[in-house]
Ligand binder design. Sequence first.
Ligand code: SAJ
Length: 418
Amino acid sequence: KKICVIGLGYIGLPTSAIFAKAGIEVVGVDVSEKVVEKLNKGEVHIEEVGLPELVKEVVESGKLRGSLTPEDADAFIIAVPTPIHEDQTANVNYVVNATKAIVPYLKKGNVIIVESTIPPRTINDVVAPIIEENGFNPLEDVYLAHCPERVLPGRILIELIENTRIVGGITPEASKQAGDVYRQVVTGDVIETEAVTAEMSKLMENTFRDVNIALANELVKISAKLNVNAHDVIELANKHPRVNLHQPGPGVGGHCLAVDPYFIVEKAMGESPLIQTARSINNSMPEFVVSQVERLTAEVENPVIAVFGLTYKGNIDDVRESPALDITKMLVNHPKFTVKAHDPHVRDEQVSFPLYSFEESIKDAHLVLVLADHNEFKVMDEKVLADGLKTGVIFDTKNCVPQFQDLVVYRIGDLTNL
Ligand code: SAJ
């Protein structure tokens, strides 16, 4: 059996490699010549733990190769991006184009799986009609399904194999056939359902997290007003066996949590006020952090701010939709501040402002603003900080900095201390 994977990004490339490792012939297709050329040399163009070694192995063994065009196969897996338009509706053009690209190679009995995150009803209302227009009955001639990915960057190769997979077919037989494709490599459960249920469950996983983080962020604002310590409230409330308040922070970033809820809103605007409010609460956090920085430096003339961490979460190099980046840009453009940003995981070409080393950034700074919980910031040496800083004040929005003896650390929920 042969698999053709369309899209060799963060999901498509590891997925291709895992099937190839199981001994299945895989052709990986991408529109980028560079990506395909690299793959055929056994090299990867993205950072992911364990991926370079695995790709090298399966390309050398001849099980995986790259191509600019699709080929005949038994199963097609579409793993292309679904970015968001400016008006916060999903751009499904890549999914549409990928479907159109495979249609000339389709044969009766083929399995077609869309892994890309898509708005509810996209399989039924967008993908199936393209297949139908090309002379196939999407309910009978092929097995069409949505199987969302749910892997965490940094753990992709493990989670692709071990996580439970949800397979939503356009018919029960499509779910079964698509499920069997995954059963060749997945050790977790492979659960069959309907396409629209699979679409909604993927979106609700990320929406659940976004709404809960919004609740924690709202608690921070309420606590500041009522002079309560939000971190103490969270810790104590979470002693209840059925309560799990999330962690507040500088906002919600990444290309999943900050995007997927809008895919639901787009299809059910009037029915989704809670999801929309959660999005706007999380989007308001950068401004809130900047206002707190203004308060913390109100007495200082020409304050110098050392910003620590620009990525959307800790220990990764991804700055997409990062609230830390938004906050830093607001501070850079602020007439009052001099900003020296530092992030050991980010390279100069990823940002539009200068980056500093740890030592350079703290030198003569009045405030350290921590925006990402990288491991490096959890083990900082008090003496080194105290020697470099002009005033020993730290504002920790990720609750990750250790307790110091003399340096003052304010956490985002500690605002009663101000
Ligand atoms: N965050 C908080 N407070 C928290 C937890 C997270 O502020 O208590 C923030 C993070 O700092 C970050 C954002 O939320 O800015 C998102 O981080 P994350 O670690 O929650 O998730 P992602 O976006 O890296 O990956 C998510 C995962 N989904 C869930 O955990 C439900 C992952 O399993 C999905 O595969 C991925 O989205 C995806 O591709 O959809």
